[in-house]
Design a protein around this ligand. Structure first.
Ligand code: SF4
Length: 494
């Protein structure tokens, strides 16, 4: 493949792609799983999720709990904000020197006995994996969780090629057995109740349908997967970090399944996005302190494994995957989204994500980070996603690498409007809102009028199918006076 080669414009903190391409303006179809051309309607899909009140309240509470744990952990570290700044600086440094660092990684990894492959897109990635499996006569692949392989549609591709894929992460395995995509980057089955998991396992691995205690379910899954891992010739992991100065691949997990996939089979394949590079081993101290605290509110992941080479008599392959990343790197407003370390903190804090579920996004990446990554794969398909946000900025506030997520969401809305992607109804309503909000006197008159009229309107006039906002929500009691009027009455005259 063509290596990433980024020109660095003098005096600029961001790189420019060689051909000046801007993925926001020129979306490139790739091998990623793009199902159909109709834009994903997040609101419509969320409605299905909202129809099950048990799931909704559980999901909201569980994710908010993670957010609160994250707060407690971060507040216990006085230098938390300096760590975030350092992480952001290291990532920006790495992204602006991506070509050199990737070549340094390749040199060091090769010297350690690793075979390094370069994949331009998802199709090339999938072909490389298939070739390695064929070379070793493998018809099964045991793997740990990797959002990149989801992005590349690897499982479907391998199944068509006659290879069975066995997910070994508990949440990812639940989703695989239930024939669903992961709904969260860290906790893939977070939208499921224990009773849901019990039903899936009873149907697929023969557990007792009447038992839903987590220890029984987790142990059953372990016992069903363990023989498959022990028999596998090839195992696969993702990568949390690629370290340029050592050629090491660092994988952070809580279940130990990645270590089994990497160490038990003779062949270990690592699938890694090119943005995972960090310059030095010493940089890991910053990211490891931030990652698990931001993700789950725990001080560290149970396993932080450094894979530097093949096991004795085995092989280790690292596939460095671009799949649109070098083009995103050249996009003035969106390149810093490549700093993401996939901690999921922005998802846990987002009120829209918590109340709509990850599957409603219809894309590999859900939540706030998904809103700024998914449209770079297919602008048309994901044209409505940037509207699935309140723009409250909470995502930006918790992001451990300081990505300006809510500002990028807003920029995507502008890009969509420039390309007339939103529906005609949305375009007309946005024009109306723009006209009203840009004229203070008209806005105030409208607010006063609404406050006066709303209390006297019959219920059916407010809560009907035309008012999507009113589904599941009550319009608050209008105050007797607007804030503007209140403030004006109290303002001290100069
Ligand atoms: S954008 Fe930030 S908060 Fe969201 S997953 Fe990535 S690193 Fe975590």
């Amino acid at each position: 493949m063509k290596r990433v080669r980024v020109d660095h414009a003098e005096g600029r903190s961001h790189p420019i792609a060689p051909d000046g391409a801007d993925p926001a303006r020129e979306p490139q179809p790739r091998g990623a799983v793009i199902r159909g051309r109709r834009p994903v309607d997040h609101a419509e899909a969320a409605e299905r999720f909202l129809a099950a009140p048990d799931h909704l309240s559980f999901h909201d509470k569980r994710l908010w709990d993670l957010r609160e744990k994250r707060d407690r952990e971060s507040h216990g570290i006085p230098e938390w904000e300096q760590l975030r700044q350092l992480a952001s600086d290291i990532k920006e440094y790495a992204l602006t020197r991506l070509d050199d660092l990737l070549e340094e990684f390749e040199r060091n990894a090769t010297a350690n006995g690793v075979v390094v492959h370069w994949a331009r897109d998802a199709a090339e990635h999938n072909r490389i994996v298939t070739d390695i499996l064929r070379t070793h006569g493998a018809t099964e692949l045991v793997k740990s969780k990797s959002m990149l392989t989801e992005e590349c549609g690897l499982r479907d591709h391998l199944q068509e090629a006659g290879v069975s894929v066995i997910e070994t992460d508990l949440g990812e395995r639940i989703q695989q057995l239930d024939n669903e995509d992961p709904s969260h980057v860290v906790v893939p089955a977070v939208h499921k109740l224990r009773s849901d998991v019990a039903a899936v396992f009873a149907r697929t691995i023969g557990t007792d349908p009447g038992r839903d205690d987590p220890a029984y379910l987790a142990e059953s899954q372990r016992m069903s997967n363990r023989p498959l891992i022990l028999d596998a010739r090839v195992g696969m992991t993702g990568a949390n970090f690629l370290v340029a100065d050592s050629g090491a691949v660092v994988v952070c997990t809580n279940e130990g399944n990645a270590d089994l996939c990497a160490s038990v089979p003779a062949v270990h394949i690592v699938s890694a996005g090119i943005e995972k590079i960090v310059p030095r081993t010493g940089d890991l101290g910053v990211f490891i302190r931030l990652l698990s605290r931001s993700a789950l509110g725990s001080p560290i992941t149970q396993y932080t494994s450094h894979f530097r080479g093949p096991r004795a008599g085995g092989e280790m392959h690292v596939i460095l995957v671009d799949n649109g990343r070098s083009e995103r790197l050249g996009a003035e407003e969106f390149w810093t989204s490549l700093k993401c370390i996939r901690c999921g903190a922005c998802m846990n804090t987002c009120p829209v994500y918590r109340r709509s579920g990850g599957l409603s996004y219809g894309a590999t990446y859900a939540g706030p980070i998904g809103l700024i990554i998914d449209p770079s794969f297919n602008r048309r398909k994901y044209s409505l996603l940037p509207y699935a946000s309140t723009l409250n900025g909470s995502c930006t506030a918790v992001c451990p690498v300081k990505i300006n997520i809510h500002e990028q969401i807003l920029s995507w809305r502008r890009v969509m409007a420039e390309h007339h992607e939103p529906s005609m109804t949305k375009q007309i309503s946005m024009k109306g809102a723009s006209a009203l909000l840009s004229r203070p006197s008209a806005y105030r008159a409208a607010v006063d009028g609404a406050n006066a009229v709303l209390p006297h309107m019959p219920r059916f006039a407010l809560y009907n199918p035309a008012n999507a906002w009113g589904k599941g929500r009550e319009i608050p009691q209008a105050p007797g006076q607007s804030f503007h009027a209140w403030f004006k009455a109290r303002r001290r005259k100069p």
